[in-house]
Write a protein that binds this ligand. Structure first.
Ligand SMILES: [Zn+2]
Length: 195
């Protein structure tokens, strides 16, 4: 007997009147599940990008897609013209990201770096404060890129079932689910004993 090879996902266009995307899925039914797309169709020409996980935005642009800028949300199409401001646009594409200008690309990358730095700082505080913690998620809101005091980290520790939430606004306290309060106190007591 030969083992059945898993089927490779295929590219499907999933679209509505005002938005569309390409998803890599195993069947058209999978595409129809979840969001109510009005238009779902296979796009075999893009199947080869399944492993990559996205179709390069520059290629889609060449093929007639229009986009919202990943950074500023301005829309642009193959005409590369901002009809509101009556100026030419010089879009930049990078993986699945599309920017209406080099300036937007630079801003996006600067913000990415800020996010990474804020996350790393918050995670370092949590892991130092709560030994054995396993970080689940560090949240950085784009609205708070310049506010290290507005960060949040969710983490798990042994013995506590749910996630523990820490915020930089109140760095000396955490939130846990009501049913986890006792377990959290036991964890804390354990820290004090070993300290
Ligand atoms: Zn832009």
């Amino acid at each position: 007997m030969t083992a059945k090879l898993p089927k490779r996902p295929r590219a499907f266009y999933c679209g509505n009147e005002d938005e569309g995307k390409i998803s890599f899925l195993h069947s058209i039914n999978q595409a129809l599940r979840g969001k109510a797309w009005e238009n779902v169709k296979p796009l075999p020409a893009y199947d080869c990008f399944a492993e990559l996980g996205f179709v390069p935005a520059g290629l889609l642009f060449q093929n007639g897609w229009w986009f919202h800028c990943t950074e500023c949300d301005r829309s642009f199409d193959v005409d590369c013209w901002d009809y509101d401001k009556d100026v030419a646009l010089h879009p930049v594409f990078e993986r699945d990201r599309r920017f209406c200008s080099q300036a937007c690309r630079n801003t996006w990358h600067q913000n990415e770096q800020k996010v990474a730095r804020l996350k790393a700082e918050a995670i370092a505080i949590v892991t130092a404060k709560y030994p054995g913690s396993v970080i689940q998620l560090a949240y950085v809101s784009l609205a708070y890129l310049d506010r290290p005091d507005k960060q949040r980290v969710d983490f798990k520790v042994l013995g506590v079932a749910g996630a523990v939430e820490w915020t930089s606004e109140q760095p000396d306290t955490v939130s846990v689910r009501r049913c986890d309060v006792e377990a959290w106190q036991a964890y804390k007591a354990g820290l004090e004993v070993s300290a």
